[in-house]
Design a protein around this ligand. Structure first.
Ligand code: HEC
Length: 293
């Protein structure tokens, strides 16, 4: 017969298991805010009351059973229940109540060695049971709910990131031709965007294909006094005389911040890096003196 565990401990441990399962369930459906909803609180109160009733019934049954036991068995149960709860819990964990004095001996026979088959310590066995219970909970929550599903977690954080980017873009004003300036640290980012959007017509090194060579001093379109702004202006407005070079900025195809990056890259390959070995023949006017920026 089981020794009596304190009702207080029983109720609180059952309640915490139920709350934990409830929590995992809500978390996996992203409804964690429902956790403190009045209905949930009501549910917990009902559960607590039910657990109390169950404990009372158990207690009564326990008392009733005691009456039918022999004197010897009763004494044994009283011995098991002596001391306060924590002492009993300590004994329960570290000693096997029934067999703690009996060590089984296994006689090998053939070699004369007698093996002592010590019982595993109770804490070890309980830990083992705990892992089984944990694995069962984890197994079902993993396969039936979204709990700890890596794909679901990825989706959620991906969506959150997109949202953050959207908020960031809304709150940070885009660069316009008025405040765009060449920034060396944007060159690498600009290169990536250039390769995606412009390299088909200009080559990724800017040496020219359908579109003109962007690394020489010859320019068809001269709208601004300084080179960087001129580049920005063409990407924003497109070319007046050839619609093949479309207005990436005006149409919203590329945002101002990205145009600043691309312009930085184009400015960099035109002014600051080595010229490509093979490039398209010059087009437009030669311009040597741009306004310094
Ligand atoms: C579909 C082909 C095409 C694409 C894509 C394209 N361009 Fe062009 N680009 C051209 C053509 C053609 C011209 C020449 C326009 C003209 O004759 O006025 C040009 C001109 C230019 C000029 C001015 C050159 C000059 O000498 O006046 C710049 C700068 C430029 N493009 C940058 C870019 C950038 C940056 C991108 C990517 C965002 C890009 N282009 C994408 C075809 C293209």
């Amino acid at each position: 017969m089981r020794s009596k565990i304190s009702s207080f401990i029983m109720i609180s441990s059952f309640l915490s298991i139920i709350i934990f399962i409830f929590y995992v369930f809500l978390k996996s459906y992203n409804h964690i805010s429902y956790f403190t909803h009045p209905i949930s609180i009501f549910f917990f109160i009902i559960i607590t009351m039910l657990l109390c009733i169950l404990e009372c019934v158990n207690h009564l049954i326990f008392k009733k059973k005691l009456q039918f036991l022999s004197e010897k068995e009763r004494i044994k149960i009283f011995e098991e229940n002596e001391g306060n709860y924590f002492y009993r819990f300590y004994r329960f964990i570290f000693y096997d109540k029934i067999n703690n004095n009996k060590v089984k001996r296994i006689d090998h026979g053939f070699d004369g060695i007698i093996e002592l088959d010590n019982k595993l310590p109770m804490w070890w066995i309980h830990l083992f049971y705990l892992t089984i219970i944990f694995s069962a909970i984890y197994f079902f929550s993993y396969f039936l709910l979204d709990f700890s599903d890596p794909y679901e977690e990825y989706n959620i954080s991906y969506k959150n990131q997109l949202k953050e980017i959207e908020i960031f873009e809304k709150n940070t004003p885009q660069v316009t031709i008025e405040n765009a300036v060449f920034k060396k640290y944007l060159v690498n980012d600009g290169k990536i965007i250039f390769e995606k959007n412009c390299a088909t017509c200009h080559q990724s090194d800017g040496s020219g294909n359908i579109g003109p060579n962007l690394t020489d001093n010859y320019w068809i379109n001269v709208k601004e006094k300084d080179l960087f702004k001129n580049i920005f202006s063409i990407i924003w407005n497109g070319s007046d005389n050839n619609p093949t070079m479309r207005a990436f900025g005006k149409t919203g195809e590329i945002k101002g911040n990205d145009i600043e990056k691309i312009s930085s890259y184009v400015y960099f390959i035109n002014q600051k890096s080595k010229k490509p070995l093979r490039a398209k023949a010059p087009q437009g006017k030669k311009i040597i003196k741009w306004k310094e920026i």
